[in-house]
Design a protein around this ligand. Structure first.
Ligand SMILES: CC(C)(COP(=O)(O)OP(=O)(O)OC[C@H]1O[C@@H](n2cnc3c(N)ncnc32)[C@H](O)[C@@H]1OP(=O)(O)O)[C@@H](O)C(=O)NCCC(=O)NCCS
Length: 188
């Protein structure tokens, strides 16, 4: 399936694909993430994601501005040679724009594109066990807590691993699947 750039207008906001040629976007993304995530990420982490999966970074701005208000960074690859796994690496919304459904829209867009472009079988991520907002957001989509990892982050906090099963055969084991494939009305 060919990969295409995303460029969507929703009210006064624009959701669009990261441009790998833009140094300004890279600078803004790293600033937004360092200001809002506890884990420190070096430039190599951004290069790792952006050189291999530039298509899986989506940004949000006001329609009339280049200032980045939100970002989601994902990747996709085979897992143990048996399934295709999507991974949500980072998600941040500028504090004054939170609570408006922007993260929900970015997560939905990323899930849909990972399913459309790479036919992922599952999508995984980690988040701090104390991050109630992130847990609630992902659980809305049907992500399941599969593991608790002790002192996973450099700040000493624990993480939950969350997995969204997309594979048809998982439907027989996981009752949440119809919430996944068909995101409930009202979620976005
Ligand atoms: C977590 C974060 C991305 C949410 O962004 P947001 O744009 O405010 O989220 P949305 O407005 O799309 O909210 C979606 C859902 O998330 C949940 N949610 C969002 N903020 C919440 C909060 N403060 N407390 C509890 N649930 C919350 C709700 O279920 C909400 O749905 P609802 O409004 O229908 O109840 C944002 O708070 C953020 O950037 N936090 C700092 C970085 C971070 O923690 N990233 C995630 C790491 S994995």
């Amino acid at each position: 399936m060919p990969v295409a750039n995303v460029d969507l207008i929703d009210g006064d906001l624009r959701y669009y694909s990261y441009n790998p040629a833009s140094k300004d976007q890279l600078d803004q993304i790293s600033e937004l993430i360092s200001a809002n995530l506890s884990e420190p990420y070096s430039i190599y982490v951004y290069w790792y994601f952006f050189h291999q999966w530039p298509q899986y970074c989506f940004l949000v701005s006001e329609k009339s501005s280049e200032k980045i208000l939100g970002v989601i960074i994902c990747k996709v690859g085979p897992h143990r040679d048996v399934r295709m796994r999507g991974y949500i690496g980072m998600l941040v919304i500028e504090p004054e724009y939170r609570g408006r459904g922007i993260a929900k829209k970015l997560v939905k867009l990323s899930i849909e594109k990972m399913m459309e472009w790479d036919h992922v079988d599952e999508i995984m991520l980690e988040t701090e066990t104390s991050n109630a907002a992130a847990l609630q957001l992902y659980e809305l989509f049907g992500f399941l807590r599969t593991k608790r990892m002790h002192r996973y982050y450099l700040n000493g906090s624990d993480a939950y691993r969350l997995i969204l099963p997309v594979l048809d055969r998982l439907a027989t084991r996981i009752g949440f699947l119809d919430r996944i494939v068909d995101v409930p009305a009202g979620v976005v």
